[in-house]
Design a protein around this ligand. Sequence first.
Ligand SMILES: N[C@@H](CCC(=O)N[C@@H](CS)C(=O)NCC(=O)O)C(=O)O
Length: 85
Amino acid sequence: MLFMKGNPDAPKCGFSSKVVNALKEEGVTFGSFDILSDEEVRQGLKAFSNWPTFPQLYYKGELVGGCDIVLELRTDGALKSTLSE
Ligand SMILES: N[C@@H](CCC(=O)N[C@@H](CS)C(=O)NCC(=O)O)C(=O)O
């Protein structure tokens, strides 16, 4: 599940756009939520995950990371396996 700015077809932030592209390129299917549509979710998730920025990618209820981490996992060839454990 990707909490992002905008939606996968129209990301409203370069960081969100990069994560969407990485997931699509890896053939990962994912849900998304536009945090710009709900300020309570936007601020609440930061506190929940202790992570101050978006995008935030969750797998099985746990935060995988933001843009830097997702791109790092892809570079390491570990993105798909991380999201299918
Ligand atoms: N280094 C971050 C970059 C993401 C980032 O800086 N996001 C900012 C600007 S889009 C953000 O979410 N700020 C908090 C907010 O807008 O609520 C990452 O790896 O995801």
